[in-house]
Ligand binder design. Structure first.
Ligand SMILES: [Zn+2]
Length: 340
């Protein structure tokens, strides 16, 4: 089984594959067979009629897999007259199945069963399997997690919801186009329900796809996290390098404390290093290294301290001015020292 199979060029949905698996399964015990027959009758909205042979259940417009399953179950259980009719459809054939019921089956096929779910666990599973086959669907685990049942009436919706919740399946109830709907959106709930109804190949496929999907999600989250961290490192490193350039251009570097000069040198030699790497090179804690780099930024942002005497007037440029004369130079006067 694959998440999206392909047979003869025709795409097979995950739902069809799960149903094909369930349709092939025939429970061994007659009580399970009876409950699965009755469940399919209710889920497929069959109707009862009195015929010359007795009470008869008619199920119409069935797909091949469900029609075959009804015939197999009826034969396995025995004591049921069964007949079926194929009608050719535009896209695919559909089937009608008639079952002549004996007294125990007539009771299970009769009204009010939604209020009396079977007591045996095996029969509860048979009913749930029948409803998934008859009116259920599940999305491929590669898409958004979604499993749903379209019960034939609000009373069946309540009965099935109660049964599912008792079995630990966190199903939710809703309405679509005026029809009751039960659905599940979480992967664990879907896997739980598929395993309760015996779709073991589907469970394996679902889990395999889910693991791959969650793993690739985790890898992407990690990559995004790392990319964001690299961007942050690059941004703060370029701010620090600009500050160091500025302090150097203003000739203020020599006035800094040895600790700050060492931090500036380390950043200049390792522009791509993270804070942790720089701290290691400097033999400092991360917070001490961070403090020094921040201090470099603050100092660059402050106007440089001037000496007690006024700075020599003149433009602070080093190129020849328009007159062709060398301009006066800015003179750094020792004495004012930036502090760490
Ligand atoms: Zn049983």
């Amino acid at each position: 089984m694959t998440a999206a199979g392909d047979v003869g060029g025709r795409a097979i949905s995950f739902s069809s594959e799960v149903k094909a698996e369930l349709a092939q399964f025939t429970p061994a015990r007659s009580h399970c067979q009876e409950h699965e027959l009755a469940g399919l009758f209710h889920a497929c909205r069959g109707h009862l009629e009195q015929t010359s042979q007795g009470l008869s259940a008619r199920l119409e417009r069935l797909p091949n897999g469900i029609a075959r399953k009804l015939v197999r179950l009826a034969h396995a259980r025995g004591g049921v007259e069964v007949s079926f009719l194929r009608s050719a459809g535009a896209h695919q054939d559909s089937f009608r199945v008639d079952l002549v019921l004996d007294a125990p089956l007539a009771e299970l096929f009769g009204p009010g069963r939604e209020e009396q779910m079977p007591e045996r666990g095996c029969d509860q599973k048979a009913v749930l399997r029948a409803f998934f086959l008859g009116c259920g669907s599940v999305s491929s685990p590669t898409a958004a997690y979604h499993l749903e049942l379209s019960p034939p009436s609000p009373a069946w919706s309540r009965g099935l919801s109660r049964l599912l919740k008792e079995r630990g399946v966190p199903v939710r109830a809703g309405v679509r186009a005026g029809q009751p709907l039960l659905y599940l959106k979480d992967g664990d709930g879907i896997v739980h329900l598929l395993s309760v109804i015996g779709a073991s190949r589907a469970v394996i496929e679902f889990e395999k796809t889910r693991v791959l999907r969650e793993l690739s999600g985790a890898v992407n989250r990690q990559l995004n996290f790392e990319t964001a961290n690299i961007a942050k490192t690059v941004a703060s490193s370029s701010r620090q390098l600009a500050a160091i350039d500025q302090l150097e251009a203003a000739g203020r570097m020599e006035r800094l404390s040895p600790a700050l000069r060492a931090a500036a040198r380390a950043r200049r030699s390792h522009p791509d290093a993270t804070l942790a790497e720089l701290a290691r090179r400097l033999g400092l804690s991360r917070s001490a290294a961070n403090h020094r780099l921040r201090r470099l930024l603050e100092l660059a942002a402050e106007p440089g301290r001037r000496s007690r005497t006024a700075a020599v007037p003149g433009p602070l440029t080093y190129g020849p001015d328009q007159s062709g004369r060398r301009p006066d130079r800015a003179v750094t006067v020792q004495g004012g020292r930036d502090v760490d």
